[in-house]
Design a protein. Structure first.
Length: 238
């Protein structure tokens, strides 16, 4: 499960409509990238899907049900924040276990889920360390681990790699793609980086001032950009 539908969704802050009526369909298991320049509404759109913002008009449906809950976890979604959102005073194990503790799961179940997540993310040897004793990439993996343990129907990433250095970014891109291949869970990934979009996405949604300029596979967008904005942004020779 992990189908997400946006039906004529709008968002207005004060008097400014930052998302004009927008339709979008995300299939179960897809890796979808929202790409566009800074300020175009990527984070707002992700926060609307997560339930961290209310839609002004329109409807979001998750697996066919109107999404009325106002927390990602209640919508069955996990938001992956940047690595600096970790608790510095807690071990890796406790950071990953935190959402499960909050949910009141028994300790034995928590242990097992944390172990499994650590295995998937190559963090088994680091469970007793504090975030400050980890590299940037390891910290980012802990942030992802905290999402994995809840077994969400979709993962939502908002520029998760933007404060990592270039080499590490390339590495983490591959790791997140591999994670998608093994979990096969819907992922929505927000970035302003065309290269990330082109290399990671099954489907790219190009945004410009809150509007969807084009939706398509990386190849579609490269070969047949619908307009100059898409062509310029995707870096096609056209
Ligand atoms: P992006 O993530 O693509 O950089 P955002 O979604 O953060 O863009 O912002 C889109 C627009 O909405 C921007 O003009 C921003 O200033 C505005 N905006 C975002 N959040 C708020 C808010 N809470 N209140 C008022 N304006 C906001
Ligand atoms: Mg943003």
């Amino acid at each position: 499960m992990g189908e997400i539908v946006l039906d004529q969704v709008t968002k207005t802050f004060g008097h400014v409509q930052v998302i004009p009526p927008l339709d979008l369909q995300i299939e179960d298991g897809e890796f979808v990238v929202f790409v566009g320049p800074s300020g175009c509404g990527k984070s707002t759109l992700l926060r609307l899907i997560a339930g961290l913002e209310d839609v002004t008009t329109g409807e979001i449906r998750i697996d066919g049900e109107p999404a009325t809950h106002t927390a990602p976890a209640k919508r069955g979604l996990a938001m992956v924040f940047q690595s600096y959102a970790l608790y510095p005073h807690m071990s890796v194990k406790k950071n990953i276990a935190f959402p499960l503790k909050m949910a009141g799961l028994p300790q034995s179940v928590i242990e097992e889920k944390v172990e499994n997540a650590a295995k998937v993310l190559n963090l088994t040897d680091y469970l007793d360390r504090r975030p400050g004793q980890l590299s940037g990439g390891q910290r980012q993996r802990v942030a992802i681990g905290r999402a994995i343990v809840r077994e969400p129907s979709a993962f939502l990433f908002d520029e998760p790699l933007s404060n990592l250095d270039a080499a590490l970014r390339v590495n983490m891109r591959l790791e997140i793609s591999e994670l998608h291949n093994s979990l096969k869970t819907t992922m929505i990934y927000v970035t302003h980086d065309q290269v990330e979009a082109m290399t990671m996405a099954d489907k790219i949604v190009v945004l410009n001032a809150g509007r969807v300029e084009q939706v398509g596979s990386p190849l579609d967008l490269y070969n047949a950009p619908r307009n100059l904005f898409v062509a310029g942004f995707i870096g096609s020779p056209k």
